[in-house]
Unconditional design. Structure first.
Length: 350
């Protein structure tokens, strides 16, 4: 096998490199799983009543006393699990968008998808008094309709990543104006509730919000990984993918549909938790360089980010609990500024 000019690479060397890549991918995935489980245990342990970690693990395994089971299973576990699922959904969605469009800014919160879900949720709640599961359905429908509009407006004999991002930013700005109007014309109590949700919050989450989210993830995650089989070819561009026999539009629409649905159900469950989708995939790719989209590590990274951010939001200041979106925005905003500055330096800033 030929490598760089004048260098021959043996098949054994190629096999060794591939084994090393698989070993690193396995190690990173296992490490992220361990970190996610540790963050889950910490979230279940710390609170107004501190439960020892050994008691937490015993309770999760089906043991523990009655008091520990009530505190952990009924009060803390739903919020912790929703945080993990929301983070995984945003992380996976962001990884698909950024890899498919080959643009580090192409995450659902940057291109208007979560604004579509937010506008639909606020409109349904403020104007029609919708709440609970129907509100989540409205938010998901808003995300899907926004994605259709962005895709249609960005299509010009093909789909360019930067054009889709620009169209999405414009639509997102319009939807944010709609949300602002709805908030200012609503009753004070309704506006306060909507504003807390728009910030991205896990406060007050229970099993009734967890089960629909879990059901959606059980369906969407396998579908996303199934659709991602065409992702390596689509990364090479439309012409090359067509030459390789890939059904470009079918594959791209399937991936975008899955990514939009993931962002929609996550937004419906916890609001538009900012910057998780933007951050997760770059961190995962740093951990696994030259390993492609790194979808599973990106999902685990998103779960870890939301879990740690929610823990900080609850316990950073003893006198007040922040919405989790406040903490993720504090982390993500500097990264976005750095990314924009870096894009301008390399001539991609527009």
């Amino acid at each position: 096998m030929n490598g760089p000019p004048g260098v021959r690479v043996s098949p054994g060397e190629v096999a060794r490199v591939r084994r090393a890549g698989r070993a690193r991918a396995t190690a990173v995935t296992v490490g992220l799983l361990a970190a996610v489980f540790a963050a889950l245990c910490l979230a279940l342990s710390v609170g107004d009543l501190v439960v020892p970690l050994r008691e937490v693990i015993a309770t999760l395994a089906g043991g523990g006393d009655t008091g520990s089971r009530f505190v952990i299973i009924e009060l803390r576990l739903p919020r912790a699990l929703i945080g993990l699922l929301v983070g995984a959904a945003f992380g996976l969605s962001g990884a698909v968008f950024q890899t498919l469009l080959r643009n580090p800014l192409a995450s659902p919160d940057m291109i208007g998808i979560t604004w579509g879900a937010s506008a639909a949720g606020v409109l349904a709640g403020a104007a029609f008094g919708v709440s609970g599961f129907p509100l989540s359905v409205c938010a998901l429908a808003g995300a899907l309709l926004t994605a259709v509009a962005i895709y249609a407006l960005a299509w010009r004999e093909g789909l360019a990543g930067y054009r889709l991002v620009l169209v999405g930013v414009g639509i997102g700005a319009g939807l944010s104006s709609l949300v602002s109007y709805l908030l200012t014309s609503s009753e004070v109590t309704e506006a306060q509730q909507a504003l807390a949700w728009l910030t991205g919050s896990l406060n007050g989450r229970s099993w009734s919000q967890m089960w629909p989210l879990l059901g959606a993830m059980v369906v969407l995650v396998p579908l996303t990984f199934l659709a991602a089989r065409s992702l390596p070819a689509l990364q090479l561009g439309d012409d090359t993918a067509l030459g390789l026999g890939t059904r470009v539009e079918r594959g791209r629409l399937a991936l975008i549909g899955c990514a939009v649905a993931l962002a929609g159900v996550a937004t419906a469950a916890a609001g538009p938790v900012g910057f998780v989708a933007l951050l997760s995939a770059p961190i995962a790719r740093r951990l696994l360089p030259r390993q492609g989209a790194a979808l599973l590590p990106a999902a685990l990274t998103g779960a870890l980010i939301v879990s740690v951010a929610d823990f900080a939001a609850q316990h950073l200041l003893s006198s007040v609990q922040f919405p989790v979106g406040v903490v993720t925005s504090m982390i993500g905003a500097p990264y976005l500024l750095w990314l924009l500055a870096r894009s301008n330096r390399v001539g991609k800033g527009g």
